[in-house]
Design a protein around this ligand. Sequence first.
Ligand SMILES: CC(C)(COP(=O)(O)OP(=O)(O)OC[C@H]1O[C@@H](n2cnc3c(N)ncnc32)[C@H](O)[C@@H]1OP(=O)(O)O)[C@@H](O)C(=O)NCCC(=O)NCCS
Length: 331
Amino acid sequence: MNMQYTAKIAGTGMYAPKRIVNNFDLEKMVDTSDEWIRTRTGMFERHFVADDEAASDLATHAAHKALEAAKLRVRDIDLIIVGSVTSDHAFPSTACIVQKNLGAKSCMAFDVSAGCSGFLYASDIARQFIENGSVEHALVIGVEVLSRFTNWEDRGTCVLFGDGSGAAMISRAKSTDIGRIIDTHMEADGTYGNLLIQPAGGSRLPATDETVREHKHTVHMEGNRIFKLAVKSMYNQCETVLKRNNWDVKSIDWLISHQANLRIIESLGNKLKIDPKKVIINIEKYANTSAASIPIALDEAVRAGKIRRGDVVLMTAFGAGLTSGAMLIRF
Ligand SMILES: CC(C)(COP(=O)(O)OP(=O)(O)OC[C@H]1O[C@@H](n2cnc3c(N)ncnc32)[C@H](O)[C@@H]1OP(=O)(O)O)[C@@H](O)C(=O)NCCC(=O)NCCS
């Protein structure tokens, strides 16, 4: 590969809407229990947007924080990529709305639809723009408002999701920087697409009274099958980047996996044989925020002083598509 430059994470940010709904609140809304949700998923609280909030609002808040952390100004942004499946609109893209909100210059801005892998897919695209020299600073955001796509009559899915956003400034590394994205590996397997799908609202099944009545504009998921595929594919992508770079799992300082289910994260950790103390988990506070889960966990760990400059972080995700990926970085 002809790599002119390397890319690094220069700063991170996150935002979670103010309204917090815990498992006891959910007990009053659906036939479920705190005990079931905790033991099956590890979740306790999740944040939901206010009536007047949408994905671009959450994304803009996180973007400001990432810019500040990277000590960059809005005019430094050369590229905006948003990973989301719950955009403000089918079009224009949420990235273009964020660009307007920030007052950013006429940079390229677009969305990526890769489900819960959205942030890693978007980061990998940004990395390539930086490595080939086309841009110097890319704003990458993972944002979801899944509370707007929830079927409150399906207890198997409605308790699982939360709203939030996380952002990273991915910048060209200086020759003196130790931080850099070491390697990435992204995959998809479209043959499993129907296991996790919002069936209506697109060109296949446009909105009708019937599609609304039948909850076809909400998340439909075969949880059991997704569970097994999640562990297998995240493990495979992690192994691919580790082996390709001759890295042993013992050299990893932190593992950040997509926060979909505590049992999935623990199974992945066991399979990788990584010290559980190195696994970052915040699912109890946010539930599954899809494309936002990795950048939220990353930002929290950085601000808490867990992840420090020079640490090696392995991030891995899995989501609708089915998509999956892993990214190995020195922070
Ligand atoms: C969804 C998930 C938590 C379900 O857990 P599970 O252990 O597989 O549970 P099951 O679906 O087999 O259901 C077990 C029982 O709990 C019940 N149940 C389901 N949801 C419930 C809820 N919210 N509260 C109480 N009981 C519930 C089911 O009805 C079922 O009852 P039954 O045995 O009487 O039929 C789990 O499969 C999962 O996390 N899958 C992956 C999801 C995921 O990663 N999604 C995002 C991908 S990015």
